[in-house]
Design a protein around this ligand. Sequence first.
Ligand SMILES: *Cc1c(COP(=O)(O)O)cnc(C)c1O
Length: 221
Amino acid sequence: MSIATNLQKIKSTLPENVTLVAVSKTKPVSTLMQAYDAGHRVFGENKVQEMVAKWEEMPKDIQWHMIGHLQRNKVKYMAEFVSLIHGVDSLKLLKEIDKQAKKHKRVIDCLLQIHIATEDTKFGMDEEEVNMLLGSVDFAMLQNIKVVGLMGMATFTDDQEQIKKEFLFLKALYDNLQEMNTANCDLSTLSMGMSGDYQIAIQCGSTMVRIGSSIFGARNY
Ligand SMILES: *Cc1c(COP(=O)(O)O)cnc(C)c1O
């Protein structure tokens, strides 16, 4: 099946308010261009160097999302162009993003990553940490970042009920935080769902799905 067909098939099942991030990590520019030529403009990468290289080579109307775990010393390389950072899991990282965004006189949109899976290997904050971060004076002072939502990854399992439980937990947290409306926090994006679980995620209130293998095929590392 062609990439254009895969994209079209997935898009036809998504509600209108759900954004599709085409996760293109490990794939060459020629492959991404097939999605671009089919009209797709939102791409997700999990490594900063790889995203920068693709950004340099590809048309400039693409929205680049950083979906991977992010090291502070890498933020500077993408601060000029990144459109949304999904995996923010500390105030320290947020401060670095703010600092680098300021150099480019822009505001960078961020999602806070919440740990909802049973696996310890997955990153993210718990509910208490999020409340502490959003309620802190340090956070209130940041002017070049905006927290626009939450992101989470469910446990890698066939147990649909388990996945659903985790997504519903994230949705409830997202709903609770809606009242936290401040200058740099205004939640409108709930990033949850990948190739294997995006249908469940949408049932649970996702507004942004990150889909790789169902569009581009399996990844070879
Ligand atoms: C790789 C990746 C995806 C996409 O995974 P698929 O199963 O290929 O759809 C989504 N989110 C994150 C954070 C990823 O690293």
